[in-house]
Design a protein around this ligand. Structure first.
Ligand code: FAD
Length: 456
């Protein structure tokens, strides 16, 4: 038995947990960071980073297929999955090593093992008792499934999908949200036939409807099949494949079924409720300072209701560290968190959709403008199509920006500042965008919203 005491104990070293640890240590405090697996969590090891490596490999495959269009002779010879794996693992390993060194450099004590909250100030890890003036819970999330749908064999989650040692010929994907469409995009570029099954009426259903519709057209053009507004009813599998049955009686045959129906909070059997931390459908109930129902115990990341994104977790971690240090940080507001879906095409958005803006301000009090990337020189050069849609309150600020097209994720930073700072189109319209960039399209959108369209 050993006992160690710190200013802060963080349970879980994913995006939320390690960001809190880094910031609090930076503020001169002693921090213990408890991790049962690897520091970096889901995002680094089985989420954001490795999936984006696969998406980059997919993009290279597409570029090599289309290179003749740009006057370059190459021959697409297929996917070497062992080489893809080595590339993906190399990226993750490099980032992992960097993070370990960074945590050490900040003087953070990393404790390996499974922790359990045993009191408002104590986490037990095996025979080690770790106490802290404050505790942050940051235990993350797991891939959900549907009632009666068991994961195993050819029915897989994103974690097994990442680690597949073959390129499937035919894939069924349950769920047309961000994880489902990203994997669909990769497999299609690698040569697979893909069918997505989505219970809601649209793919990427949380995006503005105009974006979802463009997205569906783009996926259809790529030959990705999807069935919308239809529920899954069952699946059978044998050595050669799966047969997925839908509620309307249709069936989809495939080599594998990826279940991508969302992620649930990892909060069970960790001592949370016994210590007085209230849960709501598994998520930790928090106040506006991210404090749980137990004073001194905070929660960050995917276990907190709302958007499950790494950069939200980072910001929440920093936020709590600063609250604990007596600073007055800006509250992390889900509405203004940028979201990117990294498929081909890419989708990026921040702020309110047109429907939500109409609900909040009244349809007659808002103006939406859609700029078509067909009018943007750089988009022509790189061969992408898409739109940028922005919504303003009449005589008021820009409240939402939504984009679809190649690499639009790289444009969302400017849109985020505009929405977050509640900028008026008239004030930002004069800002100059370099020509020719895709960024100009954003400038054109703001010009149009200010009533001064240039190329439209
Ligand atoms: P996690 O990163 O899950 O970290 C929690 C940590 O706690 C884990 O390391 C876990 O091992 C540890 N832990 C759990 N229980 C215990 C315990 N009892 N004791 C000790 N340690 C424990 N987000 C983006 O922003 N961009 C993306 O492109 C993106 N892509 C994604 C792709 C996929 C396939 C997936 C699955 C997710 C993706 N996400 C993405 C979401 C992102 O990964 C999560 O939002 C983020 O990792 C959440 O951070 P977290 O700190 O809450 O939890």
């Amino acid at each position: 038995m050993s006992e160690q005491n710190f200013d802060l104990v963080v349970l879980g070293a994913g995006s939320g947990g390690y960001a809190a640890a880094l910031r609090y240590a930076q503020l001169g405090k002693s921090v213990a960071l408890i991790e049962k697996d690897k520091v970096g969590g889901t995002c680094l090891h089985v989420g954001c980073i490795p999936t984006k490596a696969l998406l980059h490999s997919a993009e290279v495959a597409d570029v090599s297929r289309e290179s003749a269009k740009y006057g370059v002779t190459t021959q697409f010879g297929g996917i070497d999955i062992a080489a893809v794996t080595a590339y993906r693992e190399g990226i993750v390993a490099g980032k992992y090593k960097g993070l370990q060194a960074h945590l050490k450099g900040r003087g953070i004590t990393t404790i390996e093992g499974t922790g359990r909250l045993t009191s408002p100030t104590t986490v037990q890890v095996g025979d080690q008792t770790i106490t802290g003036t404050n505790v942050i819970l940051a235990t993350g999330s797991y891939s959900r499934t549907l009632p009666g749908l068991e994961i195993g064999g050819r029915v897989i989650t994103s974690e097994q999908a990442l680690a597949l040692d073959f390129v499937p010929k035919k894939v069924a994907v349950l769920g047309g949200g961000v994880i489902g469409v990203e994997f669909s995009s990769v497999w299609k570029s690698w040569g697979a036939d893909v069918t997505i099954i989505e219970a809601l009426p649209h793919l990427v259903p949380n995006e503005d409807e105009a974006i979802s519709k463009h997205f569906e057209r783009a996926f259809r053009r790529r030959g990705i099949d999807f069935k919308l507004g239809v529920r899954f009813s069952g699946v059978t599998q044998n050595e050669s494949g799966v047969v997925v049955t839908l509620e309307n009686g249709e069936t989809v045959e495939a080599d594998i079924l990826l279940v991508a129906v969302g992620r649930g909070p990892l909060t069970a059997n960790l001592g949370y409720e016994e210590a007085g931390v209230q849960l709501d459908r598994g998520f930790v109930v928090v106040d506006d300072k991210l404090q749980t129902t137990v004073p001194g115990v905070y929660a960050v990341g995917d276990i907190v209701p709302g958007l499950q994104l790494a950069h939200r977790g980072f910001q929440q971690g920093i936020f709590v560290a600063e609250v604990l240090a007596g600073l007055d940080p800006i509250t992390v507001d889900d509405v203004n968190i940028p979201k990117v879906t990294y498929s081909d095409p890419e989708v990026a958005s921040v702020g309110l959709t047109e429907a939500k803006a109409a609900e909040k301000y009244g349809a007659e009090n808002i103006t939406a403008f859609e700029y078509n990337l067909a009018g943007n020189g750089k988009s022509h050069i790189i061969g992408t199509s898409g739109i940028i849609k922005a919504i303003r309150v009449n005589d008021g600020p820009v409240v939402g920006v939504h984009m679809i097209g190649a690499r639009v994720g790289e444009l969302i930073g400017e849109a985020q500042l505009v929405v977050d700072w509640e900028a008026y189109p008239d004030d930002i319209a004069p800002y100059i965008h370099a020509h020719p960039t895709q960024n100009e399209a954003l400038g054109e959108t703001f010009l149009a919203l200010a009533g001064k369209p240039l190329h439209v």
